[in-house]
Design a protein around this ligand. Sequence first.
Ligand code: ADP
Length: 626
Amino acid sequence: MANKEFKAESKRLLDLMINSIYTNKEIFLRELISNSSDAMDKLYFRSLTDKNVKVNREDLKIKIDVNKEERTITVTDNGCGMNEKELDENLGTIAKSGSLAFKEENEKKEDIDIIGQFGVGFYSAFMVADKVTVESKTIDEENAYKWESSGVEGYTIEPCSKQEVGTKITLHIKEKTEEENYDEYLDNYKIQEIIRKYSNYIRYPIQMEVEKRRKKEGTEEYESYYELETINSMTPLWKKDKKDIKGEEYNSFYKERFYDMDNPLKTIHSSVEGQYKYTTLLFIPKNLPWDFYNKEFEKGLQLYSNGVLIMDKCSDLLPDYYAFVRGLVDSDDLSLNISREMLQHDRQLKVIAKNIENKIKSELENILKNDRENYEKFFENFGLQLKFGAYNDFGMNKDKLKDLLLFYSSTEKKMVTFKEYVSRMKEGQTSIYYAPGESIDKIDMLPQVEGFKEKGYEVLYLTDQIDEFVLQIMMEYDGKKFTSVSQESTDLETVEEKEVVEKINEDNKEMLSFIKEALNNEVQSVRFTHKLKNHPVCLTNEGIISVGMEKTLNTMQNNQNAKAQMVLEINDNHDIAKKVRFLYESDKEELKKYAKVLYAQARLIEGLELENPTEISNLVCEYLAK
Ligand code: ADP
C-alpha cells in the first residue's frame, strides 16, 4: 500500500474544505452526484464510438445508501470508473485554481460564497466526512482499486475486490459538534430532500431505499419495509410543459445552475417546431456576474442534445452584446459527439442563434416598455455591453441595438431612449443634442449646455467614454443627426442671430487672431459668441474629434495622437468682452496675459490639464493683488 501526499494546491483546497465554516455544507452531495453523472456520460459516449463497449442507457444509475449505525453515506455509480493512475491523478491533484485564486483575492470578505459560486467538486466531501473511501473499476481492466484519505496528511491507494464497473464513494460522516449537526446527513429524509433540491434534473435515476409502511397481513398493525425508489424527477425542467412550471421552479433552477444568488430579471422559455426542433431556456440576470468585465469571462449557452449536455459554453449561440444571457438550448437533431469546429459551421446552430438573438431583443424591448424601473437597473449593469455592441465592427449592429440604449436627459432628469427624445423634439429642431463629460453634475454646469437649457432644448448627457463614439458611428436616429453642444456649428441660433455674430467676428478679425497667436496657436480659432449666457468663455470644437474623445483616444494602447480642433469662444455679452476690446486698443502686452488666463479657464471647465499651471497661477495672483 502506497502512502501518498497531496499536491500543494490540492492540500490548500482540502484544508479549506475540512475547516470550512461554510453553512451550506449539504452541497457536497450535489458535487458527488454530478461527478457520477459525468462518469456515466463518459461511459455512454464511449459506447457510441467503441464497439467493444456495450452500455444500455437504462442501466446507468446512481445509488445512495445511508447507514446510521456505521455513520456512512455511500454514492455508487456504474459510470466509467477510474484505474489506479486516474485515482492518483484525479483525486490527488485537484487544481481548482479559479476558486482558490478568488478566495485569496477576497480573503477579507467573509461573506463571499466561493463554494456556492464555483462548486469545489470531490473535496467538498471533506466538509462533512473525516474519512473518504473511493473504490473504482474501469471497463478496461480486471483490477479494481481503493483510494482512501482522512485529510491533508495524504492518501493511500491499494487493490480491492470491487466487481462491477463504476465507482463507489463512502463518506464517514463527522461526529456532531456544537456548531454543526452532522447527524442530519445520516437522516434518510434529509438526504432525499438534498437530492431533490440540487440534483432533481440529473438525467440518471438517483435511487435510495425508502422506508414505507403497510398493514401487516390479517392484522390492524403496521410494519415498515424498504423499497428502492428513484428520488429525482429526471425530466429536465425545460422539457416540461410551460404551463406546469411554477415561476419559483425556474428561479431555483437558474440560481443553482448559474450560481447567482438572485432571481433572474427575466426567464424566456420557448419550444420551436419548424425546420429544426429545439427548446431554449434563457435567463437575463439582474446582477453582474463577478467576472463579467474580466478578459477571462466566457459567454455562451449550454448545448444539449436531447437532454444530454454536449457543451457547457457554446459561444456561437450568443452575440457578444448579449454575453450576459445565461441558459441552454436543447435540440433533438444535434449529434452527441459533435466538435466545436463542426458546430461553428452547423447550419442549424446558425438558425438557432439568429432566433435566440431576436428573442432576447424583443424581450428586452418588452421589459423596457412594461417594466421601466427594472430595465433601468438592467441597463446600469449591462448597458455598456450594449453600447460596445452598437459601436464594434464599424457599427454593423447599431440598428439592432439603437432602441435599447438609454442616456441621461437634461429635461427629464432620467434615462431616456432616442425614440423618446425624438418624440419630444421642438418644432424646427433638426438635431439630437448631446453633451459629453465626466458626470451628470459636471455636464450640467458646462457653459455650452447653458444656452441649450435656456432655450428649452433637451440635451443627452454622455458620461461613459464610449458614448460619443457610439453616437458618431450611429450618425443619426430616425433621420435626426447627433450634434454635440460643443460643436461650433450648432443651430441654436436663428439665421439672423448668426449673421449678427458673424459680423461681430468679422469686424474684430484682427484682434481675434492676435489672441490666437498669443495662445501659440493652440486653438484653431478664437471667436465671439452670443450662445453663452453667464459664462465668460468656453471651448468648442470643429471637426469630429471632440475634447472628450481626444482624452479617450490618447489613453488607448496604440496612442493615436488624436487632436480635437478647439475653438475658444468668448461671451460677447460679458464684461470680459469689453475688457478684451479695451486692452487691444490700450495695452496689447496685457491682453496677451489675459488671453492666457481666459484660455486656461476654458480648459479647466472642460476638465483638461494646464500645460503651464505655475504661469497661470502667477498671473491670476497678479490680478488678484491689483
Ligand atoms: P471536476 O469534476 O470539476 O473535474 P472533481 O474534484 O469533482 O473535479 O473531480 C476530479 C476528477 O475525478 C473528475 O474530473 C473525474 O475525472 C474524477 N472523478 C470524480 N468522481 C468520479 C466518479 N464518480 N467516476 C469517475 N471519475 C470521477
